[in-house]
Design a protein around this ligand. Structure first.
Ligand code: BGP
Length: 495
C-alpha cells in the first residue's frame, strides 16, 4: 500500500482526465462509411483470464470467417460501447467529473475507409468534428492518438501490413487530413499507441498476419523489426508535419511502461532485469533521441537480421523527435536469470516472475503504485522531457448491487495510491508530469481479452461479453471519488 511521503500537491493546470481508444468504444463498425479494420475481425474467445497469446492468435481462417457475412462468431470490437451514438451523453458525464482532457483515438478507416482512397470520408470527419465540438462545449481538451491498434484491414489484405514501406505514405496522407481538419480543436497528439507493442502482438499493431509471411517465405520476426522501422519513420514524419502545420501542437510518443525488478539481489537476476528494461526503452529512445540506440542495433545484428533503411531515414528520425513522453502503466513483475520453479504472473501482454510482495488484480496483474513513482523518476532522468500518464487503471469484475449501482472501493483504492505516488514523484523526485488520464474512464472492450467483463470505468455500461444489455450508462461510486480528486487538484484523496 503506497502512502505519500509529503503533502499531496499537483501543478496548476495539471491535466486530469480519462482515456479510451476508438476500436474499444465506438462500435458502429459498418456505419458512417467506415472501412473494416483488423480489430473488427478479432473474435472473442473463451480462453480464461490471462492467456492473451491465444486471443491475439489470428490466421487466414479467422480472416475468412470474419469476412463471412453469415458468421456466428462474436466480434465485441464491432459494437464497442456504441460511443458512436452515445458520445454526447458520455462527454457530458466526463465534464461532470471535471475532466480537463479526454484521450481518444481516431479510426483511420473512418477517415479513409480504404487507405488508398484519394479523398477522405466526409462522414467520418464530421463524426470527429462533432466529438471535438462537444468537448469544446465543456472546455475539455482532446488528446488524440492517431493510431491505437486499429489498422485498416486493407493494410493486411492488399499490402504486407507495416512491413510494406508504402504504408508510411498512406499513413502520412491520413495524418495530414487529421491535422488539417482537426488541428483547430486538438493541441495534444500521440502518434502510435504503445509503439513497442508490435513486437508482442504484431497483428493488431502492424497488420502483420504471420501465416501470410510463412506463405511468402519472409522470416516473420525479422519482418516485425522491419515493420517497426517503418512505424518509427512514420512517427517521426508525423511529428515533423504536425509541428509545421500546427505550430502550437505538442506531439508525444506513447510507450508501454513495463517494469521488471530483479527477482533477488543475485547479480545475475539484476543483469536479467537490466537487459529486459533496456528492451522496454529501445524504440522510445528513437522517438526521443532521433536515432537507434547501439543496444537496438546490436540486438538486430545479433539476430542476424538486416533492416532495410532508406538513405533519408536517418535525417527523418532526427527531425521528428517528440515533445513529451506518454505511457501506459498498470503493473510490474520480476526477472530472474533462471526461472525454473518460479511462479509466473501475467501482465499487460507480457509475463514475468511473480513478485511475492505485490497484490494482484482478478486478471493476475500485479498492482504496484510505488513502481509508478519509480518509473516516473527513471523515465524523467533518462529523457528529461515532460511526462504524461495516458493510461493507468484497474480492470475488475464489477457487480451491480441491488440498488442498481456498482460499489467499487477497490478502484478508488487503486486510484488513490497512484495519485499519491505521482505527487511524490513530482514533489520529491522532481519529475515534470503534465497529466494523468485514467484508462477506460468508461467501461470498454478489453484489448487483450476482448471482454466487457474486464471493466475499468467510473461509468458502468450495461453490456456483456456477448453484446447483451441495454448499453445504459450508470455512475459507479468511483465516479464521485475521481470528481473530488480532480476538483481538489489531487489534494483530497480521502475515500
Ligand atoms: C493497453 C492498451 C489499451 C488497453 C489497456 C488495458 O495496453 O493501450 O488499449 O486496453 O492496455 O489492457 P486490457 O484491455 O487488455 O485490459
Amino acid at each position: 500500500m503506497y502512502k505519500n511521503e509529503v503533502d499531496l500537491k499537483f501543478p496548476e493546470g495539471f491535466l486530469w482526465g480519462g482515456a479510451t481508444a476508438a476500436n474499444q468504444i465506438e462500435g458502429a463498425w459498418d456505419e458512417g462509411g467506415k472501412g473494416m479494420t483488423i480489430e473488427d475481425c478479432l473474435p472473442y474467445r473463451e480462453v480464461g483470464v490471462s492467456d492473451f497469446t491465444k486471443q491475439f492468435a489470428f490466421g487466414l481462417k479467422d480472416l475468412k470467417e470474419a469476412l463471412n457475412a453469415d458468421s456466428n462468431a462474436n466480434y465485441p470490437k464491432r459494437r464497442g460501447i456504441d460511443f458512436y451514438h452515445h458520445y454526447k451523453e458520455d462527454i457530458a458525464l466526463f465534464a461532470e467529473m471535471g475532466y480537463k482532457i479526454f484521450r481518444m483515438s481516431i479510426s483511420w478507416a473512418r477517415i479513409f475507409p480504404d487507405p488508398r482512397d484519394e479523398k477522405p470520408n466526409e462522414e467520418g470527419i464530421s463524426f470527429y468534428v462533432s466529438v471535438f465540438e462537444e468537448c469544446k462545449k465543456y472546455g475539455i481538451e482532446p488528446l488524440v492518438t492517431l493510431s491505437h491498434y486499429d489498422p485498416p484491414l486493407v493494410l493486411a489484405t492488399e499490402y504486407k501490413g507495416w512491413y510494406s514501406r508504402e504504408v508510411i505514405d498512406l499513413f502520412m496522407k491520413y495524418a495530414r487530413v487529421c491535422y488539417e481538419r482537426f488541428g483547430k480543436y486538438v493541441t495534444y497528439w500521440l502518434t502510435f499507441n504503445e509503439v513497442d507493442a508490435m513486437l508482442r502482438h504484431p497483428v493488431t499493431s502492424g497488420a502483420l498476419i504471420e501465416e501470410n509471411f510463412i506463405k511468402w517465405g519472409i522470416p516473420f520476426e525479422e519482418a516485425v523489426y522491419q515493420a517497426m522501422h517503418h512505424q518509427m519513420v512514420a512517427s517521426a514524419l508525423a511529428v515533423k508535419l504536425g509541428h509545421e502545420m500546427m505550430p502550437k501542437s505538442r506531439i508525444g510518443c506513447m510507450m508501454t511502461k513495463l517494469l521488471f525488478y530483479p527477482y533477488t539481489c543475485r547479480p545475475e537476476d539484476n543483469l536479467a532485469a537490466q537487459h529486459r528494461m533496456r528492451g522496454i526503452y529501445r524504440y522510445v529512445d528513437i522517438q526521443v533521441f532521433g536515432e537507434y540506440s547501439r543496444y537496438l542495433r546490436k540486438e538486430i545484428s545479433n539476430k542476424g537480421f538486416a533492416i532495410q533503411e532508406a538513405p533519408e531515414d536517418a535525417g527523418i528520425l532526427k527531425e521528428g523527435t517528440v515533445d513529451f513522453i506518454s505511457f501506459s502503466y498498470y503493473m510490474t513483475s520480476c526477472m530472474a536469470a533462471d526461472t525454473t520453479g518460479l511462479d509466473m504472473a501475467p501482465g499487460n501482454t507480457v509475463n514475468g516472475v511473480k513478485n511475492p510482495y505485490l497484490p494482484s488484480s482478478e486478471w493476475g496483474w500485479q498492482t504496484d503504485a510505488a513502481g509508478l513513482r519509480y518509473s516516473l523518476a527513471e523515465l524523467y532522468d533518462r529523457y528529461r522531457k515532460p511526462l504524461f500518464i495516458v493510461e493507468n487503471g484497474l480492470g475488475a469484475r464489477d457487480v451491480v448491487a441491488e440498488d442498481g449501482h456498482v460499489h467499487d472501493p477497490y478502484r478508488m483504492e487503486y486510484l488513490k495510491e497512484h495519485v499519491c505516488a505521482m505527487s511524490d514523484a513530482i514533489n520529491i523526485d522532481g519529475v515534470d508530469l503534465i497529466g494523468y488520464t485514467w484508462w477506460g474512464c468508461i467501461d470498454l472492450v478489453s484489448e487483450s481479452t476482448r471482454q466487457m467483463s474486464k471493466r475499468y470505468g467510473f461509468i458502468y455500461v450495461d453490456v456483456d461479453d456477448y453484446g447483451n444489455g441495454s448499453f445504459r450508462r450508470t455512475k459507479k461510486d468511483s465516479f464521485d471519488y475521481y470528481k473530488k480528486v480532480i476538483a481538489s487538484n489531487g489534494k483530497d484523496v480521502h475515500m
